[in-house]
Design a protein around this ligand. Structure first.
Ligand code: IPM
Ligand code: MG
Length: 356
């Protein structure tokens, strides 16, 4: 098959992990007879420096015209001034909104060989295999009004947690469907004891449960969910939640996998190009050293093959190669090892060559 993939390396370690991941995609293409056409564009701090904005209209248009978008990470100390009008993160938000990718899937598995890399006890991690479905284009990140103002000499800041019923329905629908293909347990995470938006969310989820009778739906308050994620993580199958709750819970869930560097994500909408990115940030502290863990991005590429290009066998092959490399003891610095970004990728490539 032929596919157009836009690469948005971004800032910090973003370029390092995306560059290595492209080698994996190119190997898959060569081995399985596909043609991937890569186009690279700026996003984040690099785009601010060059164009004064974190994502240009042209770059967004190229993403829209593609089959899938692979993003590294954005941000860094250079653009961290809280008073700045333009921020790297605006690029990601504009991209998510511009592509209409309302569902962010963040699968979390605890590989047995990485149990030692997690601060949790190994017996807690046994059997952990969950997916957080994070609503991505609404909620507290996008609600209006959003402002800072000075009133009678005092400063005030406002963010708004806002949802329309259709936004809640479509993310829940996707989560129900995902649960259907898995262990058929869905945890809807909210704060319905306090927030009006959560009460609407919960009411919609309860109504939808009637249409999905074979799925076991439970409702959980977000603070309880945060506690359960470390107290009994193996008890979860699919979780679905508001944008910012999902942001927070998935950093927490990364602890289960041993490192932020391990976790991939897929952001999907209504049939347009999907957006794939590791959940980690630009890691300015290690940028430029070539030691970042590429696996979160490589696993994101696997999700890209699965969801946007419908190449399930290819996606599986990459995931199996990552599993095998981890089992064999391959480790980057975040996992207490000594492999560079390139060496870790070489380990994946070697296993893919043997398998294909
Ligand atoms: C994430 C990140 C982003 C978010 C930032 C970089 C805008 O933390 O993808 O989880 O908050 O969504
Ligand atoms: Mg985050």
């Amino acid at each position: 098959m032929k596919a157009k993939i836009v690469l948005l390396p971004g800032d910090g370690i973003g370029g390092e992990v995306v560059r290595e991941t492209v080698r994996v995609l190119e190997l898959m293409a060569a081995r399985r007879g596909h043609t991937f056409e890569f186009t690279e564009r700026l996003i984040g701090g690099g785009s601010i420096d060059q164009h004064g904005t974190a994502l240009t209209d042209e770059a967004l248009a190229d993403c829209r015209a593609s089959d899938a978008v692979l993003l590294g990470a954005v941000g860094g100390p250079k653009w961290d001034d809280p008073a700045a009008k333009v921020r790297p993160e605006q690029g990601i938000l504009a991209l998510r909104k511009g592509l209409g990718v309302f569902a962010n899937l963040r699968p979390v598995r605890a590989h047995p060989a990485l149990a030692g890399a997690s601060p949790l006890r190994p017996e807690k991690l046994a059997g952990v295999d969950l997916v957080v479905v994070r609503e991505l284009t609404g909620g507290l990140y996008f609600g209006q009004p959003k402002k800072r103002e000075v009133i009678d000499g005092r400063e005030r800041a406002v963010d708004t947690l806002e949802y329309w019923d259709y936004e809640v329905r479509r993310i829940l629908e996707l989560a129900f469907r995902l649960a259907q293909d898995r262990r058929r347990r869905l945890t809807s995470v909210d704060k319905a004891n306090i927030l009006e938006s959560s009460r609407m969310w919960r009411a919609i989820a309860m109504r939808m449960a009637a249409e999905h009778e074979n799925i076991l739906l439970e409702h959980m308050l977000v603070d309880t969910a945060a506690m359960r994620l470390v107290a009994n993580p193996a008890g979860f199958d699919v979780l679905v939640t508001e944008n910012m709750f999902g942001d927070i819970l998935t950093d927490e869930a990364a602890v289960l996998a041993g490192s932020m560097g391990m976790l991939p994500s897929a952001s999907l909408g209504d049939g347009g190009p999907g957006l794939y990115e590791p959940i980690h940030g630009s890691a300015p502290d290690i940028a430029g050293q070539g030691i970042a863990n590429p696996l979160g991005t490589i696993l994101s590429a696997a999700l890209l093959l699965r969801y946007s290009l419908h190449l399930e066998a290819e996606a599986r092959a990459i995931e199996d190669a990552v599993d095998a490399a981890i089992t064999a003891g391959c480790r980057t610095a975040d996992l207490g090892g000594g492999l560079s970004t390139r060496q870790m990728t070489d380990e994946i490539l070697a296993r893919l060559r043997d398998a294909a």
